[in-house]
Design a protein around this ligand. Structure first.
Ligand SMILES: C[S@@+](CC[C@H](N)C(=O)[O-])C[C@H]1O[C@@H](n2cnc3c(N)ncnc32)[C@H](O)[C@@H]1O
Length: 283
């Protein structure tokens, strides 16, 4: 085992920071051998077979190619729940856990009908159904591949979510159903921001899940607001995750479309969420 740890540290030095390499060690050992962080730290480790050392080397080679560890292991955690992830589906981010947290706090004792637009791995929809058990949750995406993974994640977590394919940018009605809550973490990174992004995201995660054109960065919010005239119940609310650079613009877009909107910050103090509703005063 020590040989495997030495191999990981030596081979990844210069590719990643020291802390990230240590967290890879814990994730790899947990995934391949069900050995926890504590045993690794205490060096309480059994002898490794040659074939197991090969598995470790294989993962390390892929990390040197900047493949995200979540794709290599095929799994990640979101809101303390297990999720399968593959190339073709966005790896859930911690800011999105905060978005879910806002909703869980507000709706846990209620019986809302919720629609998640751009569901990807299904992380938002599935976590909401798990922690707001009386909710009826629907979720949609333009990617059939993403919907298949989302369905498998719903089974993995033992929840019932109604998934369907749609293109929110199309003007066609996406469903005749009506909702109390629409939540969305749509693509919101502009093309010009690509220059600032890490290789592991840029070269491996699906661009259609991430990027919007520089000339129209708010296109998904505009499309969702337009559809919400039909999709939202009279007292319904929308919850968006946004690009930190566009808080004011998304807020103005909502107000100009006849809604009230409140910009909320994430744990890093950045504009990250917009809470929207049709009438009266927001809390
Ligand atoms: C930023 S990802 C969010 C994924 C997931 N909800 C999350 O929070 O991790 C945006 C998602 O929107 C989907 N998407 C992109 N264009 C779309 C469209 N025109 N209609 C519906 N979904 C779309 C992508 O396939 C992707 O899954």
């Amino acid at each position: 085992m020590q040989q495997a740890i030495d191999h990981i540290r030596k081979s990844l030095k210069g590719f990643y920071g020291q802390q990230e390499i240590e967290s890879f060690i814990y994730l790899i050992f947990e995934h391949l051998f069900q050995i926890g962080r504590k045993e690794v730290i205490l060096n309480d480790l059994p002898q490794l077979k040659d074939c197991d050392l090969e598995k470790v080397k294989n993962i390390v080679a892929r990390l040197r190619n900047f493949e995200p560890i979540q794709y290599i292991l095929g799994e990640t955690e979101f809101y303390n729940l297990p999720f399968e992830v593959k190339p073709g589906v966005l790896i859930p981010r911690s800011e999105t856990e905060e978005l879910v947290d806002h909703l869980v706090k507000e709706y846990k004792e209620k019986i809302p009908k919720i629609l998640d637009i751009g569901t990807g791995s299904g992380c938002i929809a599935i976590a909401l159904k798990k922690f707001i058990p009386n909710a009826e949750v629907w979720a949609t995406d333009i990617s059939q591949a993403a919907l298949e993974i989302a369905e498998s994640n719903a089974r993995k977590n033992g929840v019932n979510v109604r998934f369907f394919l749609s293109d929110i940018l199309s003007e066609k009605e996406i469903t005749t159903a009506r909702f109390d809550v629409i939540v969305s973490n749509p693509p919101y990174i502009t093309e010009k921001e690509k220059a600032l992004m890490e290789k592991n995201v840029l070269e491996h995660e699906p661009h259609e899940a991430l990027f919007v054109p520089d000339y129209d960065p708010l296109r998904f919010y505009r499309a969702i607001l337009n559809h919400s005239t039909d999709l939202l119940n009279e007292k319904g609310k929308l919850y968006f995750e946004i690009n930190e650079a566009y808080g004011k613009e998304v807020q103005e877009l909502c107000i100009n479309s006849g809604f009230e909107a409140l910009v909320m910050k994430d744990l890093n103090g950045k504009d990250r969420f917009v809470h929207v509703r049709k009438t009266s005063i927001l809390k």
